[in-house]
Write a protein that binds this ligand. Structure first.
Ligand SMILES: *[C@@H]1O[C@H](CO)[C@@H](O)[C@H](O)[C@H]1NC(C)=O
Ligand SMILES: *[C@@H]1O[C@H](CO)[C@@H](O)[C@H](O)[C@H]1NC(C)=O
Ligand SMILES: *[C@@H]1O[C@H](CO)[C@@H](O)[C@H](O)[C@H]1NC(C)=O
Ligand SMILES: *[C@@H]1O[C@H](CO)[C@@H](O)[C@H](O)[C@H]1NC(C)=O
Ligand SMILES: *[C@@H]1O[C@H](CO)[C@@H](O)[C@H](O)[C@H]1NC(C)=O
Ligand SMILES: *[C@@H]1O[C@H](CO)[C@@H](O)[C@H](O)[C@H]1NC(C)=O
Length: 850
């Protein structure tokens, strides 16, 4: 800062009131050239017409004629002329600023901070014009400046003339730092900030699905801030950075080789380069040397239209490069305006002669070994860097900057006294404009340029981010060609995808740059440990979860009553499952049940046919028939357990089952009691047998059965069994089991318990009677059958509880069938055997013999 303080001291003395005089006069002239045109408002302009400043004189011993700047920059001179053009165009349009003319004072900055500051300061302090004494020092001659193109110089100028509240409108300074309005409150620009470009790049990466990208940045503020802002913009998106390389400023061969090695070996196809053109040249020299041709490059505006790289040597590596460039515009009339210059007609412009010398390679001073300029040369539009109006990008920014200022002035002129923006509705005095007033109006401008582009400054003084999307095609002779394939306007891409030639040899296909391919449907992401989030494995969804699209992060749970299909891609309704007649198990069980029924019927028929034989008559044949009927019911009730449970079948199942088995056991019980009474009674048979006659047997059986009927009736009325759904795995699963809920577990237990009680009683009595010499070992058979019956039902309980899903019902049916077959075979098989095989034993004689 020391140097700047000294300079300021110096400059403050440049313009001084002439001692005792009535006017102001410049004491010191700036060393650089400038072009001046008077006007009601003089706009300053800073352009690097030369790119080499002389060495500074740091002695400060007195005023010296310093050497002048060197190396004429045709392109920057075109920018300068564009500013003059814009001012003239505005002045020519009498409707735009009625009765008001704009002037300009454009100076050469020589592309150095020191000379830039000098130029800016001399603008502020005054001109060679004679000012009357009253005006001296009242207003700076130039209250607003267009420039500077460079971020670093802009920072210095803004810091310095910002002290005097003089606003600046830069046309090329892109540093994101200049958006900081606490430090640069009066800095505006028509150049989008690097932050906007970084955001646009991030958006491009996201749009193309490039989630695995490499970054290359320059080793300067531009590259560092640019990459930093790109990374900020990428935070929270799905894009991950595969590598980040920094290009050293000395372009050391070893480092460059290493950098390109990293790029070549990386799996990232897309490489974003946030660098300036010279870095790009160094980088791509090495890239070409190492034959890296499989990368898609994404360029920032600094090198996307760098024509040095469009020669055939670079094309195999760089074809398909995609990047952002400033908006290009065609400014009508500018070409002929540029061509109008002639050394003889532009006396006030100190640069025209140099331009002439630079354009035509001649010299105005003889004797330098060059041909002497004749003055009859003609500037051809598009024939030189100066007169090339085909790629007006920065030039257009200059044009927009002048229009922004003109529109601010226009607003000021339109101000109605009393309704103005300042204290008590004051309007600015347009004949002596103060810089703060211009700044105030600049903040608010919102206009359409003559080329129909809307333009305003946001809170940070930045313009809306708008870029052209440039794509490198291969032209004839293998050279590169910059083709505009789309635009980026107000945060939106408009890209003609058909027109894009993609890099890395992809041709018409968008290159893929991912660390892991998106997970297919049916799977979810599992991030790999200690790797970026873009690198992941795909794991199948859990049961009951699905992912129906490729690339989903998570699986989603199926809604209620739905379950995932085997591939976990769609939710399918849960299957309703029950033991049906179409199941193998259902078919077998119904066949077995039908067979049992048939066998029972056959036995019934046999007994009916042989009802007069002693064997059938020996015991109360009525009970035998009743037993057979109840057994038949037992077999049939198994069928009620098969098929979809509905209200009636649920009610029928357990009641029919309970009643038919109780009837069955009651018959056996009455048989046993008869045997026991007949052979065990010590009293004369007649007396006791009276109590166990057929009528009493009937009554006993009826009472025993009635009890069960009563229990069932109560069950059905109070809490009947209902069809109900149950899931296989707790509350959730691929299938819903449709079953009969008990309604009342107590009632079910009572039914089973009562049946069990009778069975046990029967077993006990039969066991007591087993040795009695009754007819055909009746008691023994009953004991045996009851043993089978009891053991079946004792094993039933644990099997019933532990069997899954619909098999609980199958277990119950199995128990029913097994016990029914047990009874049928134990009680009736021996009798049938005798009837058919040993008819000789089926005689009264044989019966009596026992
Ligand atoms: C402005 O008008 C003058 C005189 O008519 C003309 O020579 C000049 O080219 C015009 N300038 C522009 C930029 O239109
Ligand atoms: C411009 O100035 C002229 C003369 O001073 C005057 O007649 C005319 O009305 C002014 N026009 C406007 C729009 O102020
Ligand atoms: C400024 O005005 C003074 C007195 O009117 C005169 O002597 C001087 O030559 C003028 N300077 C220029 C540069 O016109
Ligand atoms: C690049 O390719 C050229 C010709 O195809 C070959 O001569 C050269 O060795 C290659 N360079 C590298 C680094 O592979
Ligand atoms: C600028 O003006 C246009 C049209 O009048 C309007 O749509 C737009 O919102 C304005 N922009 C700002 C930032 O005020
Ligand atoms: C995927 O599932 C979601 C939510 O379940 C649904 O909105 C979407 O339509 C499904 N997409 C396809 C392709 O099935």
């Amino acid at each position: 800062m020391h140097i700047w303080a000294l300079l300021l001291c110096c400059l403050a003395g440049i313009s001084q009131r002439v001692q005792g005089g009535e006017s102001c006069q410049l004491m010191v002239k700036s060393t650089q050239g400038s072009v001046y045109q008077a006007g009601d408002l003089v706009i300053g302009g800073l352009f690097p017409v030369h790119v080499k400043a002389p060495q500074p004189d740091l002695e400060f011993r007195g005023l010296k004629d310093s050497a002048s700047c060197e190396i004429f920059h045709q392109r920057a001179y075109r920018w300068l002329q564009a500013m003059i053009f814009a001012v003239e165009e505005i002045n020519n349009n009498t409707n735009f600023l009625p009765n008001f003319t704009l002037g300009y004072l454009v100076s050469d900055t020589c592309l150095a901070e020191r000379t830039t500051l000098l130029a800016a300061m001399s603008m502020v302090t005054g001109q060679e014009a004679n000012l009357s004494a009253s005006e001296c020092g009242s207003v700076p001659t130039v209250p607003v400046v267009v420039g500077d193109p460079r971020s670093s110089a802009s920072i210095i100028v803004a810091n310095t003339i910002g002290v005097f509240n003089i606003p600046m409108v830069s046309y090329l300074a892109s540093c994101g730092c200049l958006s900081d309005k606490t430090r640069y409150p009066l800095f505006f620009r028509t150049m989008p900030s690097d932050a906007a470009e970084a955001r646009a790049m991030a958006e491009l990466l996201r749009l193309m699905g490039w989630t695995w990208v490499g970054l290359v940045s320059a080793d300067d503020d531009f590259g560092r801030f640019g990459i930093q802002m790109l990374m900020d913009a990428l935070r929270g998106t799905e894009v991950c950075v595969a590598f980040h390389e920094v290009i050293p400023k000395d372009y050391a061969k070893m480092t460059m080789q290493k950098i390109v090695d990293t790029i070549r070996t990386s799996t990232a196809t897309v490489v974003v380069a946030f660098i300036i053109d010279l870095d790009a040249k160094a980088l791509f020299d090495e890239v070409v040397e190492q034959n890296v041709t499989d990368k898609q490059w994404v360029a920032n505006d600094a090198w996307i239209t760098y024509s040095v790289l469009s020669v055939p040597r670079y094309v195999p590596s760089l074809a398909g490069t995609l990047g952002f460039a400033l908006r290009r515009a065609d400014i009508p009339g500018l070409g002929s305006f540029l061509a109008r210059l002639h050394p003889s007609s532009s006396n006030s412009d100190p640069f025209v002669k140099e331009l002439w010398e630079s354009l035509f390679g001649c010299s105005f001073s003889a004797g330098l070994g060059m041909k002497v300029c004749s003055g009859s040369e003609v500037i051809g539009i598009g024939e030189s860097l100066y007169s090339d109006v085909s790629q007006l990008r920065i030039t257009y920014n200059v044009y927009k900057a002048v229009y922004a200022i003109a529109n601010a002035v226009r607003e000021m002129l339109a101000c109605e006294p009393g309704k103005g923006p300042f204290l008590e509705g004051w309007c600015p005095d347009v004949w002596s404009l103060q810089p703060v007033e211009i700044a105030h109006y600049l903040k608010k401008v919102n206009f359409s340029t003559p080329l129909k582009e809307r333009m305003h400054f946001n809170r940070n003084g930045d313009p809306p981010a708008s870029y052209d999307i440039i794509n490198w095609h291969v032209a004839a002779q293998g050279a590169g060609e910059f083709v505009t394939v789309g635009h980026f306007l107000s945060d939106r891409f408009h890209i003609n995808m058909e027109a894009v030639l993609w890099g890395g040899g992809s041709g018409k296909e968008v290159p893929v740059s991912v660390c892991s391919s998106p997970c297919p449907a049916g799977t979810r992401r599992a991030v790999q440990r200690s790797r970026p989030v873009c690198c992941f494995d795909c794991l199948p969804c859990a049961d009951g979860d699905i992912s129906n699209k490729t690339g989903l992060l998570e699986c989603v749970r199926c809604p209620e009553r739905f379950w995932s299909n085997p591939t976990h891609t769609v939710c399918v309704p849960q299957q309703v499952d029950f033991l049906s007649y179409s199941d193998t198990m259902g078919i077998i069980l119904s066949l077995v049940s039908a067979l049992g029924t048939a066998l029972t019927a056959a036995t019934f028929a046999t007994f009916l046919y042989y009802r007069h034989t002693p064997l059938v008559r020996a015991n109360n044949s009525e009970v035998s028939f009743m037993l057979l009927v109840s057994l038949k019911l037992c077999f049939l009730c198994a069928l009620a357990f098969i098929g979809q449970p509905v209200a009636w079948s649920c009610m029928l199942r357990h009641t029919l089952f309970g009643i038919s088995f109780v009837l069955c056991i009651s018959c056996l019980l009455s048989r046993t009691v008869v045997v026991l009474v007949a052979f065990r009674s010590t009293l004369p048979g007649e007396t006791l047998m009276r109590y166990v006659g057929p009528a009493q047997q009937r009554l006993g059986i009826s009472i025993c059965t009635l009890v069960q009927v009563l229990i069932c009736a109560l069950w059905l009325t109070l809490a009947p069994p209902q069809p109900a759904e149950r899931n296989t795995m707790g509350t959730w699963g691929p299938k819903i089991i449709l079953e009969c809920a008990m309604g009342s577990v107590v009632a079910f237990s009572l039914v089973l318990g009562y049946m069990g009680l009778l069975a046990c009683l029967c077993l006990l009595l039969a066991f007591l009677a087993r040795t009695l010499p009754d007819n055909f070992n009746e008691a023994k058979l009953i004991t045996f059958s009851m043993l089978i019956f009891c053991s079946v039902w004792v094993t039933f309980v644990p099997a019933y509880i532990s069997s899954p899903g619909k098999y609980t019902v199958a277990v119950e049916i199995f128990a029913i069938l097994a016990s029914s077959y047990g009874l049928l075979f134990c009680i009736f098989a021996p009798k049938c055997f005798i009837i058919f095989m040993r008819p000789e034993k089926n005689t009264k004689k044989h019966l009596m013999a026992r």
